[in-house]
Design a protein around this ligand. Structure first.
Ligand code: MOS
Length: 740
């Protein structure tokens, strides 16, 4: 029997450590002599600091320092225009740089003391006086300030139009127009951001919560003028991040600053309130106009989006581009603009842009289907895109039809009656909606190292991260399978800049990127073992062809003659080799990338029950059928999709960071007022992975599952709400006041 781990529902290899508490998160690291920092957040949205009175804090025994812009200077940061790996174009925020306040909640001081409690208390004694300036934080009121979104941020591509959408729209038989508004959202991972920095003998060791240890290493090196080799960032476990850990957060700067200045280890964490001060999913306004001919063929798609950003960076995400690839249509007009406001720069949040754009286009498609009196699923199939019309390229694979078919079947879509308000159960109006989702299948260059020891144990490492997505587990599976080892003999390590370079964990690209590197390096080890097998005199394979050698469960044997075999351990012993070490790099195939479009897809079906009197919407069933290439682990992959669907429900019905424009501040900055679903809000969720074979996208045939699960959910729910009630709610979240 051949060892086989890829495609199997292997339980999380880090599960035991996580549930027993032995997994250490960044705030769990304790060091001898450690100090604690507490950050003072500014209270105005814009202006200048006139003075900071730190005397009360400094007079307390056990308080070592209060860092402010007045006593922090001379960092190389101030002369280098450094950008982190996920920075948009513009000029990144520099903590404690000067007296300027550019957003509400901006960190203005760091109090460092012997205990956390003392630091927190001392922080309450720091008095800051400000000179306030006029500010504006309202996207709707500043639309006249919009400007074209510049390129330059990782993954951002300007939208491309084609044909003549205006003319086609004017002449079409059926049409719809709609405006869509999305509120801001904050990531709110369970684990708060925290950093412990240790400065010892000219070397800095930092435990940090991050989605990219190397990004933090470069950032710290550049900001503080340290050689990269003297900065080590360690981040073995991350308690959720969703994009909030893609950029270095300001507690990292603060902890390192204090450790360098005070020459003692320093820990700095953010409070839950402060988790609302470093980036969010932006408020957006969208306009959609679609038209179709009498047979239901799309004649034109016009999609424009306006998004808020800060005044110092142009945060961009792909919102409207999907509307040009999702459906077959010759006339497409797309536009995406930004509006700079007095707030912190938005930051990528799970399926950035796609989730926003998909809700609008999928809502609009539903609306036009009603105009045409066509079933919304049949309307989508009628306009199915067999190739990427934007880039004029075929897809490397696209099993979206199977998603529609298998999802519809599981959901029972054919039993749907077409008219709004046509299905009910007492005073519960029942609605069924469908939506489509698409996401890029990226691959970035990554490195991995393999170390096979004489005891038959393999350690593979790469400086990636596991934000709860299952990286540890799938990489262990890939390594075990690639080298034909038992999975219990394989350990995968990550989250350390001493390990080979890996990209940020984001964009659903880790399985493909780091997975390819792990596979590649294990194949290099395999080659070495084969060579050893045919070159070692006492080996049963001596002087034979290495082509016939197969690996299974730590045994090397002949494919034609299984009696001819030797264990890896014995082979290394007779060859007199104690260990085999290999490091290798894998990256995307540029020719394939040029010739094909790589997308994952999903079809989402949702059922809602709406209380006719109260307008309360409950999502009673969701079926999410996903085509994402090879599914490495159906158990962890299903969890990714479940999490995405739950968040989609949250986005559709509950989640919103409310800005008080009078103060320029998010008001519900806590988990009691920032609504997310509780267990009772979540009912049946079915996840289907349709078969999708793809030999082009990357060596593993994987497309990633981190984001595709959330993308179509809000659209499907909004469409179900219309089907139930006859009310088209275009602004998220769909709260009961909008339904009634
Ligand atoms: Mo994801 S928003 O790329 O962490």
């Amino acid at each position: 029997m051949k060892t086989q781990y890829i495609g199997k529902p292997v339980s999380r290899v880090d599960g035991l450590a996580k549930v027993t508490g032995s997994a250490k998160y960044s705030a769990d690291f304790k060091v001898e002599g450690m100090l604690y920092g507490y950050i003072v957040s500014g209270s105005i949205a814009k202006g200048r600091i006139i003075s900071i009175d730190t005397s009360g804090a400094m007079s307390l025994k056990g308080v070592l320092q209060v860092f402010t812009h007045e006593n922090v200077s001379g960092l190389p940061w101030f002369s280098i225009k450094y950008k982190d790996m996920d920075a948009p174009t513009g000029s990144p925020f520099r903590p404690l740089h000067d007296d300027k306040i550019i957003y509400s909640g901006q960190p203005v001081a760091l109090v460092v003391a012997e205990t956390f409690e003392l630091a927190r208390y001392a922080a309450s004694l720091v008095h800051v006086s400000y000179q306030e300036e006029d500010f504006t934080t309202d996207l709707v009121k500043n639309m006249d300030q919009s400007y074209k979104a510049p390129v330059g941020k990782l993954g951002y591509v300007s939208p491309k139009s084609r044909g003549n959408a205006d003319e086609a729209f004017d002449q079409a038989a059926f049409k719809m127009s709609g405006s869509y508004q999305h509120g801001a959202e904050h990531h709110n991972p369970m684990e708060l951001f925290s950093t412990t920095a240790i400065w010892e003998n000219g070397k800095l060791t930092v435990y940090d919560k991050t989605q990219g240890v190397s990004n933090c290493q470069f950032y710290i090196g550049n900001v503080f003028g340290l050689a990269y080799k003297d900065v080590r960032i360690i981040s073995p476990y991350v308690g959720g991040a969703f994009g909030s850990g893609l950029r270095p957060q300001y507690q990292l700067f603060m902890a390192v600053l204090a450790a360098l200045e005070l020459k003692r280890p320093v820990k700095v964490g953010l409070t839950r309130q402060q988790m609302f001060t470093f980036g969010h999913r932006p408020v957006t306004l969208q306009q959609l106009q679609l038209s179709a001919s009498t047979d239901g063929s799309l004649e034109s798609i016009k999609h424009e989006a306006f998004s808020e950003t800060s005044r110092f960076e142009n945060y961009t995400e792909i919102i409207v581009n999907w509307s040009g690839t999702m459906y077959n249509c010759d006339n497409v007009k797309l536009k995406y603009e930004l509006v700079g406001l007095d707030m912190y720069t938005p930051v990528d949040m799970r399926a950035p842009g796609a989730v926003t754009g998909a809700h609008a286009i999928e809502s609009a498609m539903d609306e036009l289907a009603y105009e045409l009196k066509m079933d919304p699923l049949i309307f989508r199939l009628k306009n199915y895109a067999d190739e990427d019309q934007t880039e004029e390229k075929p897809f490397s694979s696209k099993e979206l039809i199977a998603c529609y078919r298998e999802g519809a079947e599981k959901f029972g879509w054919t039993k749907r009656s077409i008219g709004p308000r046509s299905m009910r159960e007492g005073n519960q109006l029942i609605g069924w909606g469908v939506a489509t989702a698409a996401w890029d299948a990226f691959q970035a260059p990554a490195r991995a190292k393999a170390l096979l020891s004489i005891d038959g144990k393999l350690i593979v490492s790469s400086g990636t991260s596991d934000i709860g997505t299952g990286t540890y587990t799938i990489m262990t599976q890939i390594a075990a399978e690639s080298l034909g080892l038992k999975i219990e003999d394989v350990t995968f390590k990550l989250g350390d800049t001493n390990m080979p370079l890996a990209p940020l964990e984001g964009g659903s690209w880790t399985a493909a990127s780091v997975g390819a590197a792990v596979k590649g390096v294990c194949e290099d080890v395999k080659k070495k073992l084969k060579k050893m097998a045919v070159k070692t005199k006492t080996s049963p394979f001596y002087d034979t062809s290495s082509k016939d050698i197969v690996f299974d469960s730590g045994i090397i044997s002949d494919v034609n003659d299984s009696s001819k075999s030797i264990s890896i351990v014995d082979l290394m012993r007779i060859a007199g080799v104690n260990s085999i070490e290999e490091t290798s790099t894998s990256g995307p195939n540029p020719i394939n990338k040029m010739k094909y479009t790589f997308n994952s897809h999903a079809a989402v079906f949702a059922e809602v029950k709406v209380d006719e009197d109260l307008g309360i919407v409950r999502v009673t069933r969701v079926v999410c059928a996903v085509a994402a290439g090879k599914i490495l682990n159906p158990k962890t992959a299903r969890s990714q999709i479940l999490g995405g669907v739950v968040w989609g429900i949250s986005k559709a019905l509950e989640e919103e960071s409310k800005m008080d424009h009078q103060y320029g501040r998010f008001m519900n900055h806590n988990l009691s007022e920032y609504h997310v679903p509780v267990n009772k809000d979540i009912n049946d969720i079915e996840v289907i992975f349709v078969e999708e074979k793809d030999d082009i996208v990357n060596p593993l045939g994987v497309k990633g599952v981190g984001e595709i699960g959330i993308i179509g959910v809000a659209g499907a729910i909004a469409n179900a709400v219309f089907h139930a009630t006859g009310v088209r709610v275009r602004n998220l979240p769909i709260t009961m006041d909008k339904v009634l």
